[in-house]
Design a protein around this ligand. Sequence first.
Ligand code: FNR
Length: 339
Amino acid sequence: MTLHTKLFSPFKIKGVTFKNRITMSPMCMYSSTNENGKVAPWHYTHYISRAVGQVGLIMVEATAVQMAGRISTFDLGIWHDEHISGLKELVNSMKEHGAKTAIQLAHAGRKAELNSSIYAPSPLAFNRMKQPIEMSESNISDTIDAFQEGARRAREAGFDVIEIHGAHGYLINQFLSPLTNKRKDEFGGNREKRFTFLAQIIKAVKTVWHGPLFVRLSLDEYAEGGNTMDDFIYYAKKMKSLGVDLIDCSTGGVVHTPIHTYPGYQIVHAETIKHRANMATGAVGMITSGLQAEEILQNERADLIFVGRALLKDPYWPRSAAAELNEKLPPPAPYNHSW
Ligand code: FNR
């Protein structure tokens, strides 16, 4: 009898089944040409090769919901209906190879490297970057609308999953963290108020999106005075009650500080949120081998394994992981009959 590994077992959320637990972590390619945010030839090569490589869920990189929310002018965008057709073609091509598809909706806030004005909850610059403009209530409501419109466009493009980027010190994280949010209105002052911006985005997204919804968080701010694990458990429980299906557990990026990394350095956070908030989680960060991924899943430390750089180095990483675990993956579809 063959015992199947957990890494290559399916996972189902809201009627969407991923064929295995391997998720390609969102990674900016800064490859959109002409500063128009559109899908470019590189994106097809990059994402489709990972679909051929048997990744279960491919998450398209941080994609800007507003022009002012781009990390750089080469970011992918979803701020206009003109973006839908390129994304749709990309989604269809990935699906042809059996992958499920996700997109990370993002806004850089004070970490936008743009010549134009940049925005944040409070007028505090990140490290030596440009001073952001403190967002007015109308800036805030326009941005919430932009996430909603981004979600509507993602639905029209055919994505299976939406992830809201609430990590790495970008705009949503800037609202969540007491280190970057000094507001005294309904969007700041205590953790409940700092959560309001993300809560309103989730509610707005859910009016146009009924599929699986993930949120990426930075669960360690590596700085005194930042959110604590108790705060993150509080946010995760709130998100669960708002209908979020999975927390993708990353760390850092809120303030400029070195991070000590080592294999699996962020897994403990995925494990804590999974058990303390009773929420499905994704583990990410220096997960590079099939055995390591299998350990995380078998010990119920996370539900999905997000792989970043290992998949940049090897688009067929799932095949190497399968070989380590004595799993046999099917050959690429066109050769199915001759092998
Ligand atoms: C990233 N990362 C990242 N994270 C995110 O949430 N959105 C993004 O668009 C990006 N962009 C990005 C680009 C590149 C080139 C790298 C290497 C990383 C972080 C990434 O998703 C992942 O969390 C980390 O790389 C840690 O996982 P690995 O690489 O150790 O598996």
